[in-house]
Structure formats: structure tokens, C-alpha cells
Design a protein around this ligand. Structure first.
Ligand SMILES: NC(=O)c1ccc[n+]([C@@H]2O[C@H](COP(=O)([O-])OP(=O)(O)OC[C@H]3O[C@@H](n4cnc5c(N)ncnc54)[C@H](O)[C@@H]3O)[C@@H](O)[C@H]2O)c1
Length: 287
């Protein structure tokens, strides 16, 4: 089996995306990078080039389908396609559910959900046509597996990414494709995500002042993380090799998931006390 030769990474200008790009470059892979922030993107490109690999960097907005399609088409022309795709770009807003504006919803849905969908639509058919082993990683969040006060819009988009990724994995299995899928679900860790507003489009500008108490909680959570973006990138590459679907880097996320699932099943049992439990199904990638 030939080694993966090229990776495409969205949101590569900062945080987890930058570390994914550098981790792939350290593997000797060519990297195609995109980000909405040209200066940050150029910085990552320089860092990857210094590792001696071929680098392509294109500024763009993942929420714009035509820009993602142009990026995929350039990747094909330059590298003959990519083996690994990281749909990683993401943004966040905070505040109680009732204070979320229509602009909040439009912005987060565009970047966090349509950004991932656009990547899959433009890259996966090209992977299928190549008929070589490939892998897609979608960055969701621990907020896509469980929920927290103050994160309604973010959490809704990340739950959507988890559901979309699970369906993608099942669709690829059904198609008999040798394309693995992973969904990356970190809890808080230090990156630029708490300053997402720097990339918010003018036409979707915030119409209410952000709730500062939530911002403080996020900053404290980030500072308390025992792992950083470099660790998350390393765990993600390990998961690709092992074809593990759920990539859950923080140990405490296990408890949040367990609590949520118990709450669902407890309430289900209250309504259906005599229902027998059927055997657990296999996770995606494992059938
Ligand atoms: N840091 C955390 O605590 C955390 C936790 C869970 C999940 N995540 C997810 O990790 C991913 C990466 O975020 P990060 O934490 O590294 O934050 P970050 O802000 O450091 O990096 C995100 C990158 O995405 C880029 N970006 C924003 N909007 C874009 C757009 N429309 N098109 C293209 N690029 C765009 C930004 O310029 C930035 O370089 C996101 O999907 C985020 O939701 C982060």
C-alpha cells in the first residue's frame, strides 16, 4: 500500500488546523492549506515549507461552495488529488439560547456545517474517482457529543457535524469505498477560537453585545486543558491510521457523553419499562 502523499486542511492558519498541517508535513506529505485569514495562512505555509514539503496555500471562505470547489480542483491539478482531507475551519459564539441572533445562526451554520459539507461535496467524489485509500476528518467538538449552557448555536452546529460525519461513513461503507472517516471532538484547548469574531463577515456582524461571563468560562477552560493543539493533531493522525471514527482527545469528555446517554436511556426506560435492550451496533468504519 502506498503512503499518503497529500493532505488538504481548512482553517489551517491557526490552532488545530495549523498543527494538523505541520503534522502532515512532518510525515513528508504535501499540504494544501486554506483559511479566510491570508496572513495567518501565509505563516503556516512558511512553517510547513521549512519542513521541506510541497505546499499550496489559497485564501478562501469554506462557507462559499464555489471557493471550496476551486480549492479542490487546484489540489487535483497540483497533487493529482489528496489522500487526507481535514474539514477543520470553525467559529464560535456564546450566550443563552434565546439571545442568539439570526446573524449568529447564519454565520455559524455557514462555516461550521456548510463548510464541512462543501469540503465533502468537492473532495469525496474526486477521492472516489481515484479509487485509492483515503480519509476524511471533520472537526466537530465535545460540544457535538454533549451540551453546555451558553453554547446553543455552536453545539447545534457541532452536533450536525457529528451526525453528518456518521452518515458519510455509512454512505462510504455502503458504496464499498476505501475511504475512512473520523470526527474530531476536542473539549476546550488553547487556540484562537475564543477570538473567532475576527473573521466574522461584516454583513453578519453581531447585533447584541457578547455575554462576557461565558467568555471568561471559555478562557479558564482553555487554560486548564492538559493537552494542546499539537497533541490533538498527533491523536488525529493516529486515529486515521487506526481508522478510528470518534476522536475524543480529552479524558473528561467520556463522562459528559455517558451522562447524556444515561439521561436519554433513563427517560426512555421511564416510558417503556419492559423494553428489552438489543445488542449494541458497531461504530462507523468497523462493520
Ligand atoms: N479550541 C477549542 O477549544 C476547540 C474545541 C473543540 C472544537 N474546536 C474546533 O476546532 C476547529 C479549529 O478551531 P481552533 O480551535 O483551532 O480555532 P482557531 O481560531 O485557532 O482556528 C480556526 C481557523 O479557522 C479559520 N476560519 C474561520 N472562518 C473561516 C472560514 N469561513 N473559512 C476558512 N477558514 C476560516 C480561522 O481564520 C482560523 O485560522 C474548529 O472547527 C473549532 O470549532 C476547537
Amino acid at each position: 500500500m502506498s503512503a499518503p502523499a497529500a493532505a488538504a486542511i481548512t482553517g489551517a492558519g491557526s490552532g488545530i488546523g495549523r498543527e494538523l498541517a505541520l503534522a502532515c508535513a512532518r510525515e513528508g506529505m504535501a499540504v494544501a492549506l486554506t483559511d479566510i485569514e491570508p496572513a495567518a495562512l501565509a505563516q503556516t505555509a512558511m512553517m510547513a515549507e521549512s519542513l521541506g514539503v510541497d505546499v499550496m496555500a489559497r485564501a478562501g471562505d469554506v462557507g462559499q461552495a464555489d471557493q471550496v470547489e476551486a480549492f479542490a480542483s487546484e489540489c487535483e491539478a497540483r497533487f493529482g488529488g489528496v489522500d487526507w482531507l481535514f474539514n477543520n475551519a470553525g467559529v464560535a459564539v456564546l450566550g443563552p439560547a434565546w439571545s442568539a441572533t439570526d446573524e449568529d445562526w447564519q454565520w455559524l451554520w455557514s462555516v461550521n456545517v456548510r463548510g464541512v459539507a462543501n469540503g465533502v461535496r468537492s473532495f469525496v467524489p474526486r477521492m472516489l474517482a481515484r479509487r485509492t485509500r483515503a480519509h476524511v476528518v471533520n472537526t466537530a467538538s465535545a460540544a457535538g457529543l454533549a451540551t453546555l449552557a451558553g453554547s446553543s448555536v455552536y453545539s447545534a452546529t457541532k452536533h450536525a457535524v457529528v451526525a453528518f460525519s456518521e452518515c458519510l461513513a455509512r454512505d462510504l461503507e455502503q458504496a464499498g469505498a476505501d475511504i475512512g472517516v473520523s470526527v474530531l471532538c476536542p473539549s476546550l484547548l488553547p487556540t484562537g477560537i475564543h477570538q473567532s469574531g475576527r473573521n466574522r463577515p461584516f454583513e453578519l456582524a453581531n447585533t447584541v453585545s457578547p455575554a462576557s461571563a461565558y467568555g471568561e468560562r471559555v478562557r479558564l477552560g482553555m487554560a486548564a486543558s492538559p493537552i494542546d493543539a499539537t497533541d490533538v493533531a498527533a491523536m488525529t493522525l493516529d486515529a486515521i491510521r487506526a481508522r478510528r471514527f470518534y476522536v475524543v482527545p480529552h479524558v473528561q469528555t467520556g463522562d459528559s457523553v455517558r451522562r447524556r446517554m444515561h439521561a436519554i436511556l433513563d427517560d426512555h426506560r421511564a416510558l417503556h419499562p419492559d423494553a428489552a435492550a438489543s445488542p449494541l451496533p458497531s461504530p462507523p468504519n468497523k462493520e
